[in-house]
Design a protein around this ligand. Sequence first.
Ligand code: ADP
Ligand code: MG
Length: 369
Amino acid sequence: MTQRLRVGLVFGGRSGEHAVSVMSAASVFRYMDRSKYEVVPIGITKTGKWLLADDALKMLETGIDEGSGTPVAIVPEPSRRALVATDESARRIEVGGLDVVFPVLHGTYGEDGTVQGLLELADIPYVGSGVLASSVGMDKDVMKRLFRERGLPVPRFEVVSRRDIEAGPVEVVARLTSSLRLPLFVKPANLGSSVGVTKVADEHGLEPALREACLYDRKVIVEEAVTGAREIECAVLGNDDPIASPPGEVVPAREFYDYVAKYLDPNTQLIVPADLPAEVSERVRSIAVKAFKCVDASGMARVDFFVERESLNVWLNEINTIPGFTSVSMYPKMMEAAGIPYTELISRLIELAIERHAEKSRRLTTYHP
Ligand SMILES: Nc1ncnc2c1ncn2[C@@H]1O[C@H](COP(=O)(O)OP(=O)(O)O)[C@@H](O)[C@H]1O
Ligand SMILES: [Mg+2]
């Protein structure tokens, strides 16, 4: 029998999406193919401590608290490829090698390139996008400018800084209402889960919405609303030659797909595959692959769209480099519709991680002029 690979499953973390990450990781833990992989469960507390779980199932069910595991770290030195214990004596005791890491972390300090940077320094292959695509995917300002530059159909938008909003809200509102057409969506540039997002129907709503969004970030995006938008999503899998799934649709039972619709409202429907004419599906899939390549993503991404109900015009909204990953989340459901069941999807992502690492390692690191 070939040796099983040791997969560090990293979950939790410091972001507002901590709890969602734990749910995704519980599914990955449960369904990972044990004939190929040995799982090393590592929970990150809300304060950012990394703990090797004593009892993974317990940690995944009851949450990651200080007492639930051994404090560990990944040291940023290449070729050690191991977790080390970080007790008070500060001795570095290896508590296990890692062949690959699967970061199931959503939002800041996980999906944004920070953890990916640590894993690059440690020279450990990891699932999903590298540093650049991860951080671009987190920043709606940079992401949408790249999409626009690539000719992809994004709604018109402007970016304002917290500084400008606080220093001269009246001027900012005047500028925005002269360059963009209401209704507008106002959102923090670096966040997810619809936190801090407001739909603004008239001029008076704009300043409060800007103030709300800049509580969460120093950059705020103001974007023209796509009216009567259907929320269409598409799953992409691969490295240099990625595939796109049949699109799916989210039907929120609220005005838009806000935090409540995402995580709390049982009436939100997930429909896979989406009911769309074949040519619209094809357009969505083709833009999804272009968006993936545009930010230089790898492994996986969920690309989200708005499709106008009447005209069926397609608008690209965003790319998520670590999408919700429970077995009933959109990304795995869409991949299943593409013929890749959940357990196989996890294996495929791990293989892609190793492939990408090998590909990167091929570059020359010395130069003799
Ligand atoms: N331009 C827009 N037109 C229509 N609806 C929008 C627009 N921007 C955001 N929304 C609504 O707000 C939700 C959250 O916005 P999004 O940009 O996807 O942020 P997040 O990263 O928090 O998911 C969307 O799923 C959609 O329901
Ligand atoms: Mg979104």
